[in-house]
Design a protein around this ligand. Structure first.
Ligand code: ADP
Length: 758
């Protein structure tokens, strides 16, 4: 809660305090926010915040909530219950920490009696108002005051009471005594203003009238909306919710539940924990959009233009997205198949989701699922749970403010499972068109229709996505960018964006083409463009500093890139310079795209044991066994060494586990190289699965692997013949300078690497 130290202010429970916004900011150390909960602390002296000490405060305070922050520069604080300040510290940074407990009233005042007093007092005020003709506005204002506390709060500004007397009212436990004091205050005001009115001359009277009217009018503006529907209890929130609930367009179940919760809120004492919970619930459900949006027909050309404007390349993906939009147009539906964008980080999966939303004229919302291990993350906690919250899906809907946003579910491959249930199966329900029309978040406890939400999921790799979930979605691969793509992306998108973000005028910064190419080649090593984007940001930041220092223009060339990036160029996966028997270059498919890896083998004196280390699932171990058997059968004599020696095979970590088997030919070649003592040129890389017959079978992730090979400076690659058709998808510049050799059998690899005579 925000602590607000106030001086000489009338603090009465279940009433109002109005503070000017700037005054509030000064006292609280922050700007007021609607619905913010506050503790109003009375101080003994008028002191600047930084001079306040533990001794500055009175021991009884008041809880409250900012009911409204209005454009006229007022924060209206609806006050709640009185609290005892049990402990209070003023920190070195002048922030105030305290613990409070409720302070009970002495209930010695009957409702009817209070009501009677209030009515009588009001009557008096109204008569005065009429008699001296303070105007209709004032009248209306008074009409809306219902309790003595409220009337006192309204006139407190004119009261002659000093700070200690005002505080005495707050500390007074007896409701009866408190009412008497407040009543006295109002009478004092009435007497004084009557006297003023009667005694003063004509001119002064006008002046008084004007002053009073203006002052009251100002407060009135602030309060009008709240006071409109005021009632003795915590009614303004209640009324507001009442209206919102009726207007929200909720389904029947939701409406019934909301009404039930509202009724409970009415019975709760303002400021209690329960009332906070009920309040939060109503705030959440009435904040959701329950209205069905009409399906719009989207102009395909326009959509295409939007997609093209935001993203370079990605032709196939954009085409697929346009197809989806066309189908949605035809069927007049707002959602369709669920797309799963798979690819390395920074390949544009999330950002294209945003473009889709723009193209569809629908709100965009991103929900991150990475690391979520609890079913409640998706589906929310039941409200009986302390600190219960809605799940991420409904929270996303709320943030989007609509019932049909484009929702990007990020990192669906990073969902975990724990004893708290399986978020994957909850997600299944979210994505299933048969079920998601009545998705029930545990917190909300009522169904919500998700069928108009356009879901897009993203993942780095599909192999950790549970099968049933994967079946629901249509996989779209983001391959990663070539150096040429990256250049265009940097030139057309990343650099201008960073430049604008840092406020650098176009003519003030010139980055040469060669500089961009240098950055791509020497400072980034990635399939996507995240690192590249960071580099552009760094460049612009450094340039901005120089420009601020008076430089007219900053030119960035390959020679000064290092200075501006303030970083050493990256060490490329350097290719081994000395070929050694038993070490062979392989290609792996990693979460970041592709990479080269070395499979290393070594013989040590022993008795024919095989040790494998590194990243090895069971599949990989099988590949090792196949490789050993193959080499034994192909090189019966040389393989004799395996009997009197131990064999150690090491496969470095990094690849996605499922890609393990595609190291099959690499492993076999490494072993063959080891036993024959013939080394393989490290500029030669290979990928392919191998069967016990020695047949090479196809693998996945070829584009990423070839790009990695190209980056690392490999010149020759063996690939399974069956993968040749994948080459159509690969940019010509990746293939340029790479000799691709399709193979059907592992024997061909051994021949072409010189291990086996052709
Ligand atoms: P992902 O979700 O795949 O990890 P992001 O969508 O976060 O990647 O993209 C990272 C950054 O790169 C974003 O700023 C995005 O705008 C930019 N970007 C990625 N691909 C392209 C592209 N083809 N054209 C323009 N900008 C791109």
């Amino acid at each position: 809660m925000t602590v607000i130290p106030v001086y000489n202010t009338l603090l009465v429970p279940d009433s109002f305090v109005y503070l000017k916004t700037d005054q509030y900011a000064l006292l609280a150390g922050r700007q007021p926010e609607a619905e913010e909960r506050v503790i109003l602390l009375a101080t003994r002296e008028a002191q600047r915040r930084r001079d306040l000490t533990e001794e500055s405060f009175y021991p009884v305070a008041l809880s409250g909530r900012v009911a409204e922050v209005n454009e006229n520069g007022f924060a209206v604080i609806r006050t709640g219950m009185r609290v005892n300040v049990d402990m209070l510290y003023v920190n070195i940074d002048h922030s105030i920490e305290l613990t409070v407990s409720p302070r009970r009233d002495i209930e010695d005042l009957e409702r009817e009696v209070e009501q009677e007093h209030a009515e009588r007092l009001k009557e008096e005020i109204l008569q005065t108002v009429q008699k001296y003709d303070w105007g209709r506005q004032v009248m209306l204002f008074i009409e809306n005051l219902h309790t003595v506390s409220e009337m006192a709060a309204a006139v407190a500004v004119w009261s002659s009471m000093d700070a200690a007397e005002r505080y005495a009212i707050l500390e007074e436990d007896s409701k009866n005594a408190r009412m008497a004091a407040l009543e006295k205050m109002v009478y004092e005001f009435l007497t004084a203003s009557r006297a003023a009115n009667e005694a003063a001359g004509e001119q002064k009277k006008d002046y008084q009238k004007m002053y009073r009217e203006q002052a009251i009018r100002r407060q009135m503006e602030v309060l009008q909306k709240e006071l409109d529907e005021m009632h003795p209890e915590n009614i303004s929130d209640v009324r507001r919710f009442e209206r919102k609930i009726e207007e929200a367009g909720m389904n029947e179940t939701a409406l019934a539940e909301a009404r039930k919760v509202l009724n409970r809120l009415k019975q709760e004492q303002n400021g209690s924990m329960e009332s906070g919970m009920l309040y939060d619930y109503l705030d959440f459900v009435t904040g959701l959009s329950w209205k069905k949006e009409e399906a719009q027909t989207i102009d395909l050309h326009e959509a295409e233009a939007v997609l093209d404007a935001d993203h370079f390349g990605l032709e196939k993906i954009k085409k697929r997205i346009l197809q989806q939009i066309a189908v949605m147009n035809l069927k007049r539906q707002q959602s369709g198949s669920i797309l799963l964008f798979v690819g390395a980080p920074g390949t544009g999966k999330t950002s294209i989701g945003q473009s889709i939303a723009t193209a569809l004229h629908r709100p965009y919302v991103r929900v991150s699922l990475g690391g979520s291990r609890d079913e409640a993350d998706i589906r929310g906690h039941r409200r009986t749970y302390v600190g219960a919250m809605p799940g991420r899906i409904m929270d996303g809907i709320r943030r989007s403010g609509a019932s049909n946003p484009v929702m990007v579910l990020d990192e669906v491959d990073k969902l975990g499972v724990s004893y708290n249930g399986d978020p994957g199966s909850a997600l299944l329900e979210v994505l299933d068109p048969e079920q998601n029309g009545t998705f029930t978040d545990h917190y909300m406890n009522v169904p919500y229709d998700l069928s108009d939400v356009l879901f897009i999921c993203t993942a780095n790799s599909v192999d950790t996505i549970p099968e049933p979930l994967l079946n629901r979605m249509e996989v779209i691969q983001f391959q990663g960018y070539t150096a040429t793509d990256k250049f265009q992306i940097a030139r057309r998108h990343l650099l201008p964006k960073s430049q604008t973000a840092m406020g650098i005028a176009p003519e003030a910064l010139e980055v040469s083409d060669e500089a961009i190419r240098t950055i791509i080649a020497d400072y980034t090593m990635e399939a996507g463009v995240r690192g590249l984007r960071k580099c552009m940001d760094t460049l612009c930041r450094a340039a901005a500093v120089e420009i601020a220092d008076g430089a007219e223009k900053v030119e960035i060339t390959p020679d000064n890139v290092k200075k501006y990036l303030d970083r050493k160029p990256m060490q490329h996966d350097h290719i081994l310079t000395d070929p050694a028997p038993g070490i062979v270059t392989g290609l792996a498919w990693t979460r970041a795209g592709g990479d080269i890896l070395y499979i290393e083998t070594l013989l040590t004196r022993g008795s024919g044991k095989v040790t494998v280390t590194g990243q090895l699932g069971d599949v990989m171990k099988e590949s090792v066994q196949i490789a050993v058997s193959l080499v034994k059968s192909m090189f019966p004599e040389e393989a004799e060494v395996l009997k009197e020696n131990d064999l150690h095979i090491h496969v470095p970590a990094g690849a996605v586990p499922k890609d393990g088997p595609s190291a099959g030919i690499t492993m076999t070649t490494a072993l063959a190289s080891l036993v024959t003592g013939r080394s393989v040129d490290p500029h030669t890389a290979m990928t392919g699965e191998v069967s016990l017959r020695g047949a090479v079978t196809p693998i996945g992730g070829l584009p990423e692997k070839l790009m990695a090979a190209r980056r690392a400076g490999i010149t020759r690659v063996f690939i399974p013949e069956k993968n040749m058709e994948d080459l159509d998808d690969i940019a010509p510049e990746v293939l340029e300078g790479l000799e691709i050799i399709p193979v059907r059998e592992v024997r061909e690899v051994l021949e072409k690497t010189g291990i086996l005579a052709e």
